[in-house]
Design a protein around this ligand. Structure first.
Ligand SMILES: Nc1ncnc2c1ncn2[C@@H]1O[C@H](COP(=O)(O)OS(=O)(=O)O)[C@@H](OP(=O)(O)O)[C@H]1O
Length: 292
């Protein structure tokens, strides 16, 4: 990592105005005439830390998209699922008949029950799955938990202490389990054909968002509306931000945090642990990725 990133680690996050992705709802009291709340036509099912918020906010540029404001956790949390489909529908945004509703809950991808439940709601739904290098995802997942614990004044552990057990890789660590994409995608393929699952390359979305967004437009059969001028690179943030409707906005500070440096032998162990799983995944989805 470049020195400035190492110096920034660890630091305490602050929140700033005008930021996105802080998962708050701004209730619109009077629905625009001609709109209604509808269950999603498409769901971003994960993966956690894959870039799900960026993908949803970038898709929301499209006039044909109505994005849910919060992570709903309907299909992965039993207590929410028990509240019924009507409860879920009410949490969706108001949309015009020509729009499609999209929600994102990254926990769905690794939930054993979510595929069957989503299928029961709508067997022809289009699923979006954004993935990134599994090792990077583990470190991002650790970083998220680290900062959440700091904010809640809970004790934190160094990354090597959670990744290593008895001299070997701690493969029972939840963040590692969540990066076994082959294991999780198998559950989805029991319920949905592959052509209903579009995989977004999260590493590419970070570097060059437009082509990934254009592929999603085609998958969702939306007319092409997202253009290069909807994105600009923010040097301070180190990520692309969004320009639409005359406004410029970056994702919340909790997105794109510097990652802690990780010992190279531990990194090697992660890479070799994921290697076979990645190959299995490529075979299952008929496509390869530039993962370690
Ligand atoms: N444009 C842009 N701006 C900021 N961040 C971006 C962007 N595009 C992708 N990303 C990556 O999104 C990662 C967070 O993923 P998620 O939104 O899926 O996280 S979460 O599961 O909802 O918590 C986040 O992971 P970290 O870098 O580890 O914070 C980012 O790398």
């Amino acid at each position: 990592a470049p020195p400035e990133f190492i110096q920034m680690w660890p630091s305490t996050p602050t929140s700033g105005p005008g930021s996105l992705g802080n998962e708050t709802v701004s209730p619109s009291l009077v629905p625009p005439p001609g709109t209604s709340k509808r269950t999603p036509h498409s769901i971003i099912i994960g993966v956690r830390k894959g870039g799900t918020r960026a993908l949803l906010e970038m898709l929301d540029i499209h006039p044909g998209v109505a994005a849910a404001a919060t992570e709903v956790h309907f299909f992965d949390w039993d207590e929410n699922y028990a509240k019924g489909l009507e409860w879920y529908r009410r949490l969706m945004p108001y949309s015009y008949p020509y729009q499609i509703t999209i929600e994102k809950t990254p926990g769905y991808f690794t939930s054993p029950l979510a595929p069957a439940r989503i299928h029961a709601m709508n067997s022809s739904i289009r699923l979006l799955l954004i993935l990134r290098d599994p090792t990077e995802r583990v470190i991002s997942d650790y970083t998220q938990v680290y900062f959440n614990r700091l904010e809640n004044h809970k004790p934190v552990q160094a990354i090597e202490d959670v990744l290593v057990r008895n001299g070997g890789l701690n493969t029972r660590y939840k963040a590692i389990q969540r990066s076994l994409y082959d294991v999780h995608v198998k559950n989805w393929l029991l319920h949905f054909p592959l052509d209903q699952i579009h995989i977004v390359d999260g590493d590419t979305l970070i570097r060059d968002p437009l082509p990934e967004l254009q592929r999603v437009e085609r998958f969702l059969e939306l007319p092409p509306r997202i253009v290069a001028s909807n994105f600009y690179f923010n040097q301070t943030k180190g990520f692309y931000c969004i320009r639409s409707d005359g406004r410029e906005r970056c994702l919340h500070e909790s997105k794109g945090r510097p990652h802690p440096p990780v010992n190279s032998s531990v990194l090697q162990q992660l890479h070799s642990y994921f290697r076979q799983h990645n190959r299995n995944f490529y075979r299952l989805v008929g496509r390869t990725f530039d993962w370690h």
